[in-house]
Design a protein around this ligand. Structure first.
Ligand code: C2E
Ligand code: CA
Ligand code: CA
Ligand code: CA
Length: 275
């Protein structure tokens, strides 16, 4: 026991101690964030080839008092590990559905669609389908205007169950997009397996599309493939006119990125969408 104690002490150095403490502090602050109303959704416009905004992706932000806006990259991984992503994901779904319903009451926003990110842990909850259905019913939002963005990590386990859940949600009218498409290991096999409606070309391919021949080739291949499979394609991370033009010329007509509009809180968003 003495040896074990000494070993623990040796491995458990001050740096690790600090890391563990700051992780625990982050976890407890995140747990409180939901209760204190510090979480917020930003909305980023999705634009067609005519420059018309047809929808938005809901992106989570944490407004920490004294620290400002925290990016989801800094807390989603921890939320996933600790299971906090479950109540947070539920809050995101409720809030996004309520916003979708609110858009219905203004003719300028009536036809907008909402894309919501769903993490693997959330999707694999036994009552996930019922939760989405409950959010839709509570809000009164039209399921045909709701799109769920899944990443490949969702499909890594129990693909049959994933397909069956997707089909249950599709029966309600909900549609699906494969996020970060092309970055995983077996993207192609999922295309055959999953009842997807849309592929979202990852921003890592879009970034150098106009200068890197392999990125250009990959994007062209994704576009050709999705066309023959009858899938809609959207490109994310579109920052320059050059990227937009390349995508357009190669058959991608739906865009998301700083060129078209940054993620914004709803108050600012409504104003920018009217322009
Ligand atoms: P994602 O789903 O791939 O979202 C796209 C990210 O790209 C967003 O980062 C967005 O702000 C950013 N982005 C948009 N346009 C551009 C552009 O032109 N250039 C560049 N470089 N980036 C752009 P964000 O908002 O920081 O979100 C990061 C990730 O956090 C998301 O990646 C998603 O995986 C996750 N996330 C965000 N909100 C939620 C949520 O409600 N639930 C879950 N489970 N995950 C979320
Ligand atoms: Ca996404
Ligand atoms: Ca993405
Ligand atoms: Ca991503």
């Amino acid at each position: 026991a003495k040896d074990a104690g000494r070993n623990t002490a040796r491995f458990f150095n001050p740096t690790m101690q600090k890391a563990i403490e700051s992780r625990m502090a982050l976890e407890s602050a995140l747990r409180q964030a939901l209760l204190k109303g510090e979480l917020q959704l930003f909305y980023q416009p999705q634009i067609d080839q005519h420059g018309h905004c047809f929808g938005a992706e809901a992106l989570l932000r944490w407004r920490r008092p004294d620290r400002g806006l925290v990016s989801p990259m800094e807390f989603i991984p921890l939320a996933e590990e600790t299971g906090l992503i479950l109540p947070i994901g539920q809050w995101v779904m409720d809030t996004a559905c309520a916003q979708l319903k609110a858009w219905e009451s203004d003719e300028r926003t009536r036809s907008l669609r909402m894309a919501v990110n769903v993490s693997a842990r959330q999707f694999h909850q036994p009552d996930f389908v019922a939760q989405v259905q409950a959010s839709l019913e509570r809000s009164g939002a039209n399921p045909r205007r709701l799109k769920l963005e899944l990443t490949e990590s969702v499909v890594l386990e129990n693909a049959e169950q994933v397909v069956s859940r997707m089909n249950q949600l599709k029966a309600l009218g909900v549609s699906f997009s494969m996020d970060d498409f092309g970055t995983g290991y077996s993207s192609l096999s999922y295309l055959k397996l999953l009842p997807l409606d849309q592929l979202k070309i990852d921003k890592s391919f879009v970034r150098d599309i106009a200068t890197d021949p392999s990125d250009a080739a990959i994007v062209r291949a994704i576009l050709a493939m999705s066309q023959s499979l009858g899938l809609e394609v959207i490109a994310e991370g579109v920052e320059t006119e050059e990227q937009r033009r390349f995508l357009c010329e190669n058959g991608c007509h739906v865009f998301q990125g700083y060129l078209l509009g940054r993620p914004r809180p709803i108050e600012e968003w409504a104003a920018s969408a009217e322009q």
